[in-house]
Design a protein around this ligand. Structure first.
Ligand SMILES: C[S@@+](CC[C@H](N)C(=O)[O-])C[C@H]1O[C@@H](n2cnc3c(N)ncnc32)[C@H](O)[C@@H]1O
Length: 278
């Protein structure tokens, strides 16, 4: 089985540190998509739910609130820095029914009694997705449900791609295109591929529903800073401060066209909300 060593290194290194630093902005951006995905699980009080790739735990706390004091929400992540942020957040919130596990969801030995598995953008990074989802299926009781949200194609998600396009138009050399199915944010953009992976992993009733909703939620300065820290533009200008300075005005102008009432940037997003049953 291919292992997740590269992702473990990245999420415990600079990438994890950036996500911790940017978490409030990322949560502003991703909150509605996580809620729509959790709604699809139809959780009931007293249930046990796993949050795969929970990051800094905003969604784990939300899941904990949905299953109530008699239930339990467990966040799972490979990133120590993000889990530290999640644990601190749960302690501040006094969320006694929420806990966190440091582990690789592809191989972690889970108890087989969970009612539901959730993920907000945490399942597209597996080196062996069929093995990983087969492992997740084993964590569900018979009839247990899975729901996760993942990105559709980059071209349909301008919040991530328009800053890069603006920077390239302003003179930055474009990035080399990698293999579309490689572990990463857009690995599950192809609906047939996702459905095939889950079916091969043993899930039934697999449905990928397109979900289109404007997202953003940060003011112009925060959105600009986020674009230079997370996403395709961030990957391109990492370690190149001179190039960043040269394209900042162009990226700002692009984002400024999407500032709405209230002063926040809002742009279309295109995701799959994928649901399945064990
Ligand atoms: C794009 S971030 C999303 C974080 C969080 N769900 C959110 O929406 O804010 C992806 C997360 O998945 C985690 N991750 C990646 N591969 C993983 C694996 N094999 N097992 C567990 N977590 C993983 C990363 O450490 C990271 O926290």
């Amino acid at each position: 089985m291919a292992t997740n060593d590269d992702q473990i290194t990245a999420w415990n290194g600079p990438q994890g540190a950036v996500w911790v630093a940017m978490q409030e902005r990322l949560d502003n951006q991703l909150l509605p998509l996580g809620r729509a995905t959790a709604d699809a699980l139809l959780l009931a009080p007293g249930q046990r739910v796993l949050d795969i790739g929970c990051g800094a735990g905003q969604t784990t706390l939300d899941l904990g609130a949905r299953v109530g004091a008699e239930g339990r929400a467990t966040g799972v992540d490979i990133s120590e820095p993000l889990l530290a942020a999640a644990r601190s957040r749960a302690a501040i919130a006094g969320a006694a029914n929420v806990d966190f596990v440091h582990g690789d969801a592809q191989v972690q030995a889970f108890a087989a009694d969970h009612d539901a598995i959730f993920s907000r953008f945490g399942v597209m990074f597996f080196a062996d997705p069929v093995a990983a989802f087969a492992n997740l299926a084993r964590a569900l009781r018979p009839g247990g449900r899975l729901a996760f949200v993942c990105w559709r194609r980059p071209e349909e998600n301008p919040l991530m791609t328009a800053p890069l396009a603006a920077a390239v138009a302003a003179g930055l050399p474009p990035p080399e295109a990698g293999p579309p199915d490689a572990p990463g944010p857009f690995a599950f953009a192809d609906r047939d591929r996702v459905v095939g992976i889950l079916t091969a992993a043993g899930f039934t009733d697999v449905v990928a529903t397109p979900h289109d909703e404007p997202i953003g939620g940060n003011d112009l300065d925060a959105s600009l800073d986020l674009a230079f820290h997370v996403g395709p533009l961030a990957r391109l200008v990492r370690d190149k401060p001179d190039q960043r300075a040269a394209v900042t005005d162009a990226v700002r102008a692009t984002l400024a066209r999407h500032v709405v009432a209230g002063g926040v940037v809002l742009m279309p997003s295109a995701t799959w909300i994928v649901t399945a049953r064990r």
